[in-house]
Design a protein around this ligand. Structure first.
Ligand SMILES: Cc1cc2nc3c(=O)[nH]c(=O)nc-3n(C[C@H](O)[C@H](O)[C@H](O)COP(=O)(O)OP(=O)(O)OC[C@H]3O[C@@H](n4cnc5c(N)ncnc54)[C@H](O)[C@@H]3O)c2cc1C
Length: 257
């Protein structure tokens, strides 16, 4: 089954074409050259993307069995946070305003500071079977596994932490309110992408209707009607200026398709 997705409304950065996307409704490998997407909160989709696929609603589930939480690959972060709060589970507070599905969050090892989605992961289920966390190389904003996350299991510990939740809320307060895909670049080792962008004078830099936010320089924001080309021009400009001035190579956190 296919469905049409308009990425100019579906993606968090509000850029992209209307394309037919393959809907995955059973555990099986993707056809060659297809790319799986989640909630499109970390994507910049070009006018001619590769063939795309998305999990259907049957992979949107949460079940608690003994001390293990089973989460379907297309389950959104907000739903997981609500479940954790209602059932007094610790370790999911970071999902506060961290938009995505569990599949996308695991692929990106999404998180904030030392709190990452992998922290209380047990295993993921892909088309090749279950893979335990210890067998998945992962680190800051990456997880090296092949295939689609259809399901993931997490340890259940009592103690949803309201203080931690309030801290995540506070950390989000300086986030721009414009459409974005979160941080545009990964922080280089021992440095901050936002600080480097600011130091080369690109904080607030606008090209067409895209800009590096004047609130948070590492957020590439869409001021309304921004285009893929404008976004790429800003990304390349930041990489070039930061390299010329500091010999630091900025690496995109945003996935360009
Ligand atoms: C306002 C805002 C704030 C944000 N703040 C943060 C933050 O603080 N920390 C942070 O880490 N991120 C942040 N992000 C980025 C985003 O929340 C994460 O990257 C999240 O993991 C994206 O999930 P998604 O489902 O939208 O994935 P998508 O954006 O759709 O895809 C991301 C990647 O995951 C892969 N993928 C998607 N689903 C699956 C699956 N089922 N199996 C295997 N691979 C899959 C895709 O191929 C792609 O490589 C922010 C984004 C926004 C818009």
């Amino acid at each position: 089954m296919n469905k049409i997705i308009d990425f100019s409304t579906f993606s968090s950065i509000k850029i992209g074409p209307c394309v037919e996307v393959l809907v995955i409704d059973k555990i099986a490998p993707l056809p060659p050259s297809y790319i799986i997407i989640g909630g499109s909160n970390n994507l910049l989709v070009s006018p001619n993307p590769p063939p795309l696929a998305i999990l259907d609603k049957s992979f949107d589930f949460i079940k608690k069995e003994q001390n293990v939480l089973h989460v379907g690959g297309s389950t959104p972060s907000g739903k997981i946070l609500c479940f954790a709060k209602k059932n007094n589970l610790a370790g999911f507070e970071l999902m506060q305003k961290l938009p995505g599905t569990i599949g996308g969050m695991l692929k990106m090892n999404a998180g904030l500071k030392e709190w990452e989605v992998f922290n209380n992961l047990i295993a993921i289920r892909t088309e090749n079977g279950w893979i335990e966390k210890k067998d998945i190389p992962h680190g800051y904003r990456y997880a090296d596994f092949k295939g689609i996350v259809f399901e993931a299991t997490f340890t259940c510990k009592d103690g949803f932490n309201e203080t931690l939740l309030a801290m995540f809320k506070r950390l989000r307060e300086n986030q721009p309110n414009f459409p974005s895909a979160g941080s545009c670049f990964k922080n280089p080792p021992n440095n901050f992408a936002g600080k480097l962008i600011q130091e080369v004078g690109l904080k607030g830099k606008r090209i067409g209707n895209m800009a590096f936010s004047d609130q948070h320089a590492n957020f590439l924001i869409n001021l309304g009607g921004g285009t893929f080309e404008e976004a790429i021009e800003l990304i390349n400009l930041a990489k070039e200026e930061v390299f010329n001035r500091f010999q630091v190579r900025l690496e995109e956190e945003i996935i360009v398709l």
